[in-house]
Design a protein around this ligand. Structure first.
Ligand code: PLP
Length: 391
């Protein structure tokens, strides 16, 4: 029996770039104490008050099928939140509630791409991007950025790839680079989308975690709302990764089709999770700031820890929960460095190569362990890097 080409090709035949991560997990399972700075998961759990709201909803009976597009109150709140944050008029009809941002990325691509279409994405990229595009039958094509301008996409490079493309996927604040796209970058992106009639899929799941600059949603740029699908999530903003709750904000006719898709795939999101999300959004910005505060603090600790040497150089962390470190002066590639660091120091970081070609010679550090362990791990990482240079 033969499986479909589409499902067997999701990883594109190559490795998924998560070798160091899986090796670290095996070491941990075997009892080795590893400092894990790999994945984007907070070191706090979902707040007890949010869980209590979920419990109240479930025990109160919201355990049956929930409305497929999302419960009215949540669609309302998300629409209001987006309108307030971006200034773009947004109604509940622009919103589909999804089981997390990842489901939103898949649905958004399925909405705009036909099989075989060229779908652009920016390198370095969040690990699932090419596989998500392949999952809908489209053809992922990367557009490289460079470390010298903080991994901001450049208009002319984008334009060089745009001919014949259907969509462009961007992510700001960015995982893995920590870049927050500035107005110049976003104006260039908007111009390329308009000149080449591209759909823009804008992954904004880190929009509450900005440490330098301002988050600008490209949907708010002139004439962009009609061609932009924004993917949002409460995973990062509210430490609700396991609840699987997010949304797509898109023009109304697209949302109508997306509701059809949801009816035939997820059949919506559990009502008690949506009620917990309503409660969480009602806590307001102070709650979101508190969730993000450890990363803001560790970003400062990163800069302190890397001062006074230039073997390990930080790419400016403008947002999100990661620090991208340039280790090219060690002469090692990111993968060799990360494997060596795991063996020598029991510290797990992600090789830049896991996120594409543009981040080669870098490693990504997730700022997701307590401050003392984090600083100690960075000190050992720097010592390890220095030892490579002097060897
Ligand atoms: N987009 C980016 C850039 C991410 O880093 C992640 C998760 O790490 C996601 C989307 C998916 O998030 P979720 O499906 O938990 O909302």
């Amino acid at each position: 029996m033969k499986l479909s080409d589409r499902i067997t090709n999701i990883n594109g035949g190559g490795s998924d770039g998560w070798g160091v991560f899986y090796r670290a997990r095996r070491m941990i399972n075997a009892g080795v104490p590893v400092t894990e700075l790999t994945i984007g998961e907070h070191d706090i759990r979902t707040h007890g008050d949010i869980l209590a709201a979920m419990d109240r909803s479930a025990t109160g009976g919201h355990t049956g099928y929930a409305e497929v597009p999302g419960v009215a109150d949540l669609r309302n709140k998300v629409a209001k939140r987006i309108a307030e944050r971006t200034g773009v008029p947004t109604t509940p009809d622009n919103i589909l509630i999804t089981p997390g941002g990842q489901a939103g990325l898949f649905a958004a691509h399925l909405a705009v791409c036909n099989a075989g279409d060229k779908a652009l994405f920016i390198d370095p990229f969040y690990a699932t991007y090419p596989g998500t595009i392949r999952s809908v039958g489209a053809n992922p094509v990367s557009v490289l950025t460079t470390p010298d301008n903080g991994f901001q996409p450049v208009k002319s490079t984008l334009a060089d790839h745009a001919d014949g493309a259907t969509s462009l996927l961007i992510n700001t604040p960015n995982n893995p680079t920590g870049a927050v796209y500035n107005m110049g970058t976003l104006t260039g992106i908007a111009a390329v989308c308009q000149d080449n009639d591209l759909w823009l899929i804008s992954d904004e799941v880190y929009d509450t975690q900005v440490w330098e600059g301002t988050h600008i949603s490209p949907r708010s740029l002139p004439d962009m709302a009609e061609r932009t699908l924004v993917v949002g999530s409460m995973s990062k903003s509210h430490a609700m990764t396991g609840s699987r709750i997010g949304w797509i904000c898109a023009p109304e006719p697209i949302v109508e089709h997306l509701i059809n898709l949801a009816t035939h795939t997820t059949y919506g999101v559990p009502g008690f999770v949506q009620d917990a999300a309503i409660f969480a959004l009602d806590q307001g910005p102070a709650f979101e700031d508190a969730v993000g505060a450890p990363f803001a603090r560790r970003r400062a600790l990163t800069l302190d820890a890397l001062q006074g040497q230039n073997v390990v150089r930080p790419v400016p962390v403008q947002g999100a929960m990661y620090a991208m470190l340039d280790i090219r002066s060690t002469g090692l590639d990111g993968e060799t460095f990360a494997n060596g660091l795991l063996d020598a120091e029991n510290i797990a970081v992600m090789p830049g190569e896991s996120f594409g070609k543009a981040a080669a010679g870098h490693v990504r550090v997730a700022m997701t362990v307590d401050d003392d362990s984090y600083v100690a791990a960075l000190d050992r990482l720097v010592a390890f890097a220095k030892a490579q240079v002097s060897e």
